[in-house]
Write a protein that binds this ligand. Sequence first.
Ligand SMILES: Cc1cc2nc3c(=O)[nH]c(=O)nc-3n(C[C@H](O)[C@H](O)[C@H](O)COP(=O)(O)O)c2cc1C
Ligand code: SF4
Length: 655
Amino acid sequence: MTDTPYPHLFSPLNIGHRTLPNRLCLPATVTNFAEKNLITERWSNFLVERARGGTAMVVSEIIAVDPEAVAQATTVIGFDGRNDDGFRNTNELIEAAGGAMIAQLWHPGRQQLWHPTKAPAGVSDGPDPYSWTVAHVMDDSEINNLIDNFIAVAKRLDVCGLAGIELHGAHGYLINQFLSPWSNLRNDDWGVDLAGRTRFVRQLTAGIRAACRPGFIIGLKMPGTESVEGGIDPLEAARITSLLATDGIIDYFAYGQGNFSLSLENHVPDMYFQPGHFLEIHKQMRIAAGGIPVMALGRIGTPEDAEKALADQCSDLIGMSRAHISDAAFGNKAKSGSAESIRPCVFDNSSWGEIHQGKPLAEFHNPMLGQRGEADWLPEPTKVSKKIAIIGAGPAGLEAAWVAAARGHHVELYSASKHVGGALRLEASLPGRGDMTKILDHQLYQIERYGVRLHLDQSIDVTDLIALSVDTIILATGAHPRPPEDFILVDGPLLSGRNYLKGVGRSTIGRYRKAVLIDQDQTAATYGLADQLAADFDELLIVTTRPNFAQSVNYCSSIGVYRRLYGAGVTLIPAVKPVRMAAGTMTLENVYSGQSSTIDSVDAVIYVTPRRVVDGFEPMTIAKVSDKILRIGDCRSPRNLMAAIHDGHHAAMLV
Ligand SMILES: Cc1cc2nc3c(=O)[nH]c(=O)nc-3n(C[C@H](O)[C@H](O)[C@H](O)COP(=O)(O)O)c2cc1C
Ligand code: SF4
C-alpha cells in the first residue's frame, strides 16, 4: 500500500507478466476521432492523455478485426498495415507516460449500431434486437477464417509493441453472441452447450497466446449479465468465467452489462442508476475468476467509490470510461490528494449520445477533450490583462469567468439570482437529476481558485451596464421559455415548466388531477419535469408535434425515460399540435393528417418550448457599448448545456 488517500486504488497490480502501478483503467471508449478508418493525432491524444493523467492501463476503442467489422469510417481497422505507425507511436507515448496500452479487438456480428458496410457475418439467424439486422450465418470454414483474422490482428499489435489486447465479448457483439444461449442457436460444435458456446473464444485465446510474445496481455470483456430472459445471467457468467480461467490463458476479465435489447441502458448506466450499480456481480465474478484480475465497471465516478470497490474486494481493477472522458487527469488528481479538483462526470450520457450518432466524442464541460496536453491543460496566460464583467452566472457565464480569470484577466461575475446555475440548478432539483449540480460545484470551485469576484443577487440595469468601466462585457443572461405558438388559450392555467418548478403561477391550478405537458423540447430535463408532474398530478399526458419522444436524449438514457413514464402510467401522444384550450378541454390536431382530437378535464397545461434570448437591455443601451460586448450560451442562441459551456470557454479564450 502507498501513502495516498486511496491506498487500494494506488497499489500495484500484476496482470500477466506486467506490473501496473495502480488499479485505474480507461476501458474501451469509442471516440470517432479516426478518419477514413485510420488513426489520427486526436485518436492517439485521447489515449495518451489518460496515461499522462495517471491511468495505469488504457484500452483503445473497438478495433475492427476484418472488413466485415468495419462499422463506419471512424472505426479503426486493425488488419491494415497503414495503422501500424499510429499504433506504434501511440503505444510509445503511453509507455513513456507509465501506462500500458491494450487494444480492444472487435467484431459486431449481427449487432449493427451504425450500419454495415459489408454483409454482416454472425452466429445464428436471430435478428439484432436494435437494428433488426439478420446476419449471414457463418459456416465452419468462415468461423475458422475469422479466428485467423483475430489472431493476425493480435499478432500485428504485438509486433507494434502494445502491452496486449482485449477481446470484446460483451454488449452483445459477436463473441458475446457465441457465448450466450440467447443468441447462439447453433446445433453444431460452436453451440448447444457451455463447451460449444465457449469454443470460439477459447480457440481465439489459445491462438493469440501461441502467436504472440510471452507476456502479451490477453483480456476478455464479457457480460456479467445480459439482463434478458434466456441470456447470460450472473450464474452463467460465473460458469463461463470459471471455465475460461482454468485454461490459464486469459490475464484479466472485465464485465460489461446488457446487449442491444432494451437492456442496452445497463451498459452505460446513467445517473438514475446507483453508483457502482453492478459491483455485487463483479464480486461474484472475482470469485469465479479464481485469482485472475477482474475489472469492475459501470457508474464508478469518484476515487472514493473506486477505493471502496477495491477494499470490498469487488474487483482488482477499476474501469472508468465516462469519468475519464470528463477528466483525463483523474488519476493524478486523486493520487495527489486533490480529488476535489476532478472535473466530475454526472452520468447523463451525453458523450455516449454523441458517438452513438456517429459524431466525434464530445463532453459537457471538457472542451479540451482529445487535445494534446489535455491532462495538464491550463489556458494560455493573456498578454494584456483586461477588466471583464460577465452578466449571468449560469453554466456559460461561470465557465467564461473561470477560464478568463485563469488566463490572468480581472473578472467580475454578476448574477441577478441568489444562486448560481440558472436553469441548470432548476433541472438539478428534478427527481433523479440532482447530480447535475456537480457541474456547477466544479465551476464554483474553479471560480474561487482563480479569484473571480462573484456578485450574487445583483441585477445590472442600463446605467450600471454603461457605468461598468470594463474592457469587455460578456452577456450570459440565458433565455426564457416562450408560450406555445398558435395556441389559443381561452381559459385555464398555462405555465412554463420553469415557472411551475419555481412555484410561479401554481396557485392558479385548482386541482392536481390531470395535466398536459406540451413537449417541444425532448431533452432529458423535460422528462425530469415529466417525472415530477407524474408525481404531482393523478394523470399526466404528454403531447409533441414530433412522431417520437425523447429525441434529444441519448438512446441509452431514453430507454430509462420511457420506462419511467410508462411505469408511472403517463400517456404519450405523438404527432399532435395543441391548438386550443377552453373550459378544461384541450383540442389537438394531428400534424400529418390534420385530424382533430380532444383531451377533457384538463386542470393545468405546462409547456417546454424553444426558448427566446433574454438580456433585459434595450438595443439602444447595448448599442452604446456594442464594441465591448460578447454574447455566450443561450443568450447568444438558446441551445443545450454542452453548447453553453463550450461557448463560455471559447469566449474566454478569445478575450
Ligand atoms: C462514449 C463511450 C464509448 C464506449 N465505447 C466502448 C467500446 O468501444 N468498447 C467497449 O467495450 N465499451 C465501450 N463503452 C463502454 C465502456 O467501456 C464502459 O463499459 C461503460 O461506459 C461503463 O463504464 P463507465 O460507467 O465508467 O462509463 C463506451 C462507453 C462510452 C461512454
Ligand atoms: S458528457 Fe456527461 S456522461 Fe459524458 S463524460 Fe461528461 S458528464 Fe459524464
